[in-house]
Design a protein around this ligand. Structure first.
Ligand code: SF4
Length: 445
């Protein structure tokens, strides 16, 4: 049997700045590497990541599997329709297909709902036994997979595709928080499920130890310190390997000095942190009250003291945000000297509480899923117009990556133990600057 697994790109005609940025900071499609690892060894598998390579629709395959996010779903459906016209069965999975399985089913022979472990093997068994007529419409596990059964991703399938960074790992699934704009808890459940440290270390040992490039790792988890005891154990286990790693964390890591110390000793050089907003009211509205704004400045200083750089994520468009939010946020970021920044527009992804709320209030104004890329205003904000929200983002992004802003922010690196990262972080900022510079946005007030 031959299977083609596809990670689709954003719809081509949208061609947003975000799309270009995605191409620059591309990482392999981890979920498809897991699917490949779950597939029996005698099955031939190819992975196409449409962000970096075109799809050959004339490929002779027995099954096409396509992963979906909301913004990529229109393109996923186009691809699915084209393969199905040729009589090739298509399976859709991923976050969007899980949120809207009935919609996905209109373009697929089968839909995998939720995590693929067990469902995928059952689907392949059905296909092998009776062809596409034997496929069920939906495949869904009756219980969440045991994290100890998550296989090591089949990275060999993307080894020669030219990704800048390839060694990404996942330690856990699920999240106990319930931020109203986020679909993680809906897709992976409301409890953290951690892979055993022993298994994680086996995976790491299989990847490191060769040239310098292999010392670099990235952790994909939304919060690497979701369980402090687990984080301590992991960081201690990493120390002997002399690694360099980046990951995502909640700001609460700064409340545990010993964990910061262990993280730094184990090679942590950068954390992606979702600050989301500098307004207490907006965080309350998003149900992200675990973030405390009065703690932000102190926490950032503390993390910096341990030689760890920060990429901060901020969202615009909460009901408490007016047109001043863009300028205030930029000012805050320059004051606390974050090394990199990601801005988004609040987006009511299907399956989230935010989507339900805005739907109920009749405020969703755009149902073209390809615009749900966190860079378009697809709902009616409370204190500005959708156009002002979009223009605000288009002003703030290039503004925070102007040379003077980069200079202001990166002077922070000259303090503490972080000066040696100046060259790579400056290069990273200049790369970001290239991708976010577009037509001039309107000045936010
Ligand atoms: S935004 Fe982060 S903390 Fe909030 S629910 Fe999503 S993964 Fe959890």
């Amino acid at each position: 049997m031959k299977i083609l697994l596809i990670s689709p790109t954003w719809k081509r005609e949208v061609g947003t700045k975000r799309h270009r940025r995605h191409r620059l900071f591309k990482t392999p499609p981890h979920n498809l590497l897991i699917i490949a690892a779950l597939t029996p060894k005698d099955v031939e598998i190819e992975i196409i990541d449409e962000h970096i390579e075109p799809i050959d629709f004339n490929k002779d395959v027995d099954l096409v599997g396509i992963t979906t996010m909301t913004a990529t779903s229109p393109r996923a459906y186009e691809i699915a329709d084209r393969f199905r016209e040729k009589g090739i069965p298509v399976v859709l999975g991923g976050i969007h297909a899980t949120a809207l399985p009935q919609e996905a089913a209109q373009h697929a022979d089968a839909v995998v709902i939720g995590e693929a472990e067990a469902s995928w093997q059952k689907l392949l068994q059905d296909l092998g036994e009776g062809g596409k007529e034997s496929l069920a419409r939906f495949y869904e596990n009756s219980h969440r997979p045991d994290p100890s059964e998550i296989p090591i991703p089949k990275r060999s399938l993307v080894a020669k595709k030219g990704y800048l960074l390839t060694r990404f790992l996942q330690l856990s699934r699920g999240c106990p928080f319930n931020c109203n704009f986020c679909s993680v808890s809906k897709f992976f459940g409301e409890k953290y499920r951690f892979r055993p440290i022993k298994k994680v270390m086996e995976e790491i040992k299989g990847m490191v130890g060769k040239p310098l490039g292999t010392r670099f790792l990235g952790f994909l988890d939304d919060n690497i310190v979701g369980n402090i005891a687990y984080a301590r154990e992991l960081f201690r286990a990493l120390i002997p390997y002399n690694l360099l790693w980046i990951g995502q964390s909640s700001i609460n890591i700064a409340r545990h000095e010993d964990v910061l110390e262990l993280a730094a000793a184990s090679g942590c050089r950068g954390l992606f942190i979702g600050f989301e907003s500098i307004s207490e009211a907006s965080l309350g509205e998003a149900h992200k009250s675990q973030n405390k704004i009065r703690f932000y400045e102190k926490a950032i200083k503390k993390i910096h003291q341990f030689g760890i750089t920060i990429e901060g994520a901020f969202i615009f468009g909460f009901d408490h945000d007016d047109k001043t939010v863009f300028r205030k946020t930029v000012k805050f970021i320059e004051k606390v000297k974050l090394e990199a920044i990601q801005f988004s527009i609040l987006t009511p992804l299907p399956g989230t509480k935010l989507h339900e709320k805005l739907e109920e209030e009749g405020r969703i104004i755009d149902r073209d899923w390809s615009n749900y890329d966190l860079a378009h205003a697809v709902f009616q904000p409370k204190l500005m117009t959708p156009e002002e929200l979009k223009k605000g983002l288009d002003w703030a992004y290039p503004r925070i990556y102007t040379l003077s802003s980069i200079f202001k922010r990166l002077t922070g690196l000259l303090r503490g133990r972080r000066w040696k990262y100046l060259a790579p972080i400056l290069t990273f900022n200049l790369g970001y600057r290239r991708t976010v510079r577009g037509p001039k946005g309107v000045e936010a007030s």
